[in-house]
Design a binder for this molecule. Structure first.
Ligand code: TRP
Length: 348
């Protein structure tokens, strides 16, 4: 190789390729639990290796259900602290609170003008959430919730959106609305792909393995809270329902054991088949005792880091300030383009 080819002038050095961008959000609407961590935040942490990441506490979504003021504030900061304590790195990723960037609500309005009532009426989550409500008292925000989610995603020109299976339909609506806008007004949006978490990452309730782990759906014993002390964690795991039979084995006919094995495998970083092999000839009690320790070992360092963050509130505030600034810089560029495409006169 000649010296000249070897020494490229700096300006021509190949630029590192832009990494695909992901956007994802979690609602700050209650006690954080193992399902939030394993099902979402832990994947967010890993995605930082391969993607440019934008992670959001979606407080405007949370208020589609009535919240208690002080709790909403607290839950929002707790959620951000969970992101940080789990390994979301605010130097690499953008971490912010949705309501700090007004572009979300503004783009939502514009998207409202091209989204159809019929599309929103067909959303499974909307149907589930309003199944028992009287038509006259269903909040418009609950109906419009997916359009705000579309605005979240499209503002950042996200290539991909990691979500649980239950949110896939909302990402598909986002794709439809983005394509509709691009076709009608000229290209302004990237059409995003959903990334649905693979099996094992969906954490089910400890007292009913047919339901997703959630702090609202069941009793205290149905979930492990991120901040549960070790003996509470051990007790909850010990009390978790199991399937008929005695073998430590998963499978379609063994939903409870499948869930517990998945939690074990995900936290210990071990294939479920290996765990099953190790417990051959042993009973549920041995397995649950060990699983309790695995969960304690996974949550203990996160709890310690959360306590540090709680002791130094200024740090989280600072992260959110920088995050909002960085988010706004991207969002306002997209919004300016959208306004131009639609024909809104630029503010002089
Ligand atoms: N609706 C999502 C949920 O409840 C949260 C959410 C809001 C979201 N905006 C988003 C997820 C944008 C991904 C991308 O889980």
């Amino acid at each position: 190789m000649s010296e000249a080819a070897d020494k490229q002038p700096e300006a021509e050095a190949p630029r590192p390729e832009r990494r695909p961008r992901v956007f994802s959000g979690i609602q700050p609407s209650g006690t954080l639990h193992l399902g939030n961590y394993l099902g979402a935040v832990r994947n967010w942490v890993d995605m930082q290796e391969t993607h440019d990441c934008v992670y959001c506490a979606v407080d405007l979504h949370a208020i589609t259900v009535r919240q208690v003021r002080a709790e909403l504030r607290r839950n929002t900061i707790d959620l951000v602290n969970l992101f940080l304590a789990s390994g979301v790195d605010p130097e690499r990723s953008i971490v912010f609170v949705q309501s700090h960037v007004p572009a979300h609500a503004e783009l939502m309005w514009i998207l409202n003008t091209i989204t159809y009532m019929g599309e929103l009426r067909r959303m499974t989550q909307y149907k589930d959430k309003t199944a028992e409500a009287e038509g006259e008292s269903i909040a418009v925000g609950l109906f419009d919730y997916p359009v705000l989610m579309a605005a979240d995603i499209l503002l950042y020109r996200a290539d991909a959106v990691p979500v649980g299976e239950d949110q896939k339909q909302h990402v598909e609506l986002t794709r439809d609305v983005a394509e509709r806008f691009n076709n009608a007004f000229g290209k302004a949006f990237v059409v995003p792909e959903p990334i649905i978490r693979a099996g094992g990452a969906r954490v089910m309730s400890l007292d009913d393995p047919t339901k997703k782990m959630s702090k609202s759906a069941g009793s205290e014993n149905s979930y492990v809270a991120v901040m549960d002390p070790p003996d509470v964690i051990r007790r909850k795991i010990k009390r978790a329902v199991t399937d008929s039979g005695a073998e430590v084995r998963g499978g379609p006919d063994k939903p409870a054991l499948t869930n517990l094995l998945d939690i074990y495998g995900a936290l210990a970083g071990e294939p479920v088949a290996d765990i099953e092999r190790r417990y051959e000839g042993k009973g549920y009690a041995d397995f649950k005792a060990d699983l309790g320790e695995v969960v304690v070992a996974a949550l203990t360092p996160i709890q310690a880091r959360i306590k540090e963050l709680e002791a130094d509130k200024a740090y989280t505030v600072d992260v959110l300030k920088t995050g909002a600034d960085r988010a706004e810089a991207i969002a306002s560029r997209t919004l300016a383009k959208v306004r131009e495409r639609v024909g809104l006169v630029p503010r002089p």
